[in-house]
Design a protein around this ligand. Structure first.
Ligand code: FES
Ligand SMILES: [Fe+2]
Length: 340
């Protein structure tokens, strides 16, 4: 059982399009899960462990809406109960797999790993951009061998764009721009206004701006691991109302104490019909997040198991990450004292 990530939250288990009539295995919060879509179209998520001899159910096959274990043929329904045992009529009470609450919303499959009684669909984080016609999106996934809080830190301190992403979204102006951070209603807001700077390569290509621009980003952190970056840019001598706006959608799901599922999307509010632009953005952001992955995994290797140990040096730009970690720690402490 995990000790580093809050349990009583909705986490993204998959993009909805990736769950169909095939068994998908994925570990979330140190728990091995198997997911599939039933014949009538809802998504089921179960513990990936046969109640008989602990073989992963994901190695089995779907018979209608039952998973047939590929070892001795026991069949488990989507609700976790056992429907059939070869050559015996008696179904033991304990022949049952744990199931998890699921919500499908905004083209995402959300799972609740904690106390099922607390799983309120109204508390699924808002990622409406994925199915809002006012926005055009692309999306992707990275598996990152790093603790989820290192990914939060990364998204809450975008000064790294200047050094990690200088071939796409960054240049010196980002790290030099002043940063503000505040906590409002349990969320952290970290903002940068970058005035009269050269457009980095990704901006030139996606916006067409070639002269100096003003750009801003605000990372909005919602515990424990959701980060929406509001971003806009416009020519320096134009007015802000002419800005082209994007939202970078970051949904991080702890896999183990030292690894994460990084589901991401980029939404834009301009040039909706330009499919080539959508492909370009996806390709470049994929590459950009590959760059983060290299650093984050190296950072995790240096940290070893000490994922929550305090860092010895704090810079001005660490205010947001520190505020976010405080919020997560409060939640972890609360969950721990409730469990005790
Ligand atoms: S381990 Fe699954 S039926 Fe025996
Ligand atoms: Fe980055």
């Amino acid at each position: 059982m995990t000790t580093v990530a809050p349990k009583n939250f909705w986490y993204v288990a998959a993009f909805a399009e990736d769950i169909g009539r095939a068994l998908v295995a994925r570990t979330i919060l140190n728990q091995a899960l198997v997911m599939f879509r039933t014949e009538e179209g809802s998504v089921a998520i179960l513990e990936d462990r046969c109640p008989h001899r602990a073989v992963p159910l994901s190695l089995g096959r779907l018979i209608g809406d039952d998973i047939r274990c590929n070892y001795h043929g026991m069949q488990i329904r989507a609700d976790g109960s056992c429907s059939r045992i070869p050559c015996q009529d008696l179904i033991p009470e304990k022949a049952r797999a744990r199931t998890y609450p699921v919500v499908e919303r905004h083209k995402l499959i959300w799972v609740w790993m904690g106390n099922s009684d607390l799983a309120d669909p109204a508390t699924v984080p808002d990622f409406h951009w994925f199915d809002d016609p006012a926005w055009t999106t692309c999306h992707g996934y990275h598996h990152v061998n790093a603790n989820y809080q290192l990914l939060n830190d990364n998204l809450l301190d975008l000064s790294h764009e200047s050094y990690v992403h200088e071939d796409t979204i960054g240049n010196d102006a980002v790290a030099e721009a002043p940063v503000t951070s505040k906590v409002v209603d349990g969320k952290v807001y970290v903002s940068r206004e970058i005035v009269n700077c050269e457009p980095p390569p990704f901006y030139v290509k996606t916006t067409g701006f070639t002269t100096n621009i003003n750009r801003w980003h605000t990372t909005i952190f919602q515990p424990p691991s959701f980060n929406v970056i509001e971003n806009g840019s416009y020519p320096h001598h134009a007015s802000r109302s002419e800005a082209l706006e994007r939202r970078i959608l970051n949904m991080i799901t702890p896999e183990t104490d030292t690894s994460s599922h990084y589901f991401w999307g980029v939404a834009r509010a301009f040039l909706h019909d330009d499919a080539a632009l959508t492909s370009y953005i996806r390709e470049k952001i994929y590459h950009t997040f590959d760059q983060d992955k290299v650093l984050l995994e190296a950072q995790q290797r240096n940290l070893g198991k000490e994922t929550n140990a305090p860092f010895p040096v704090a810079l001005r730009t660490d205010v947001g990450p520190i505020q976010a970690r405080k919020l997560v720690k409060q939640i972890l402490d609360r969950e721990q004292s409730e469990a005790a």
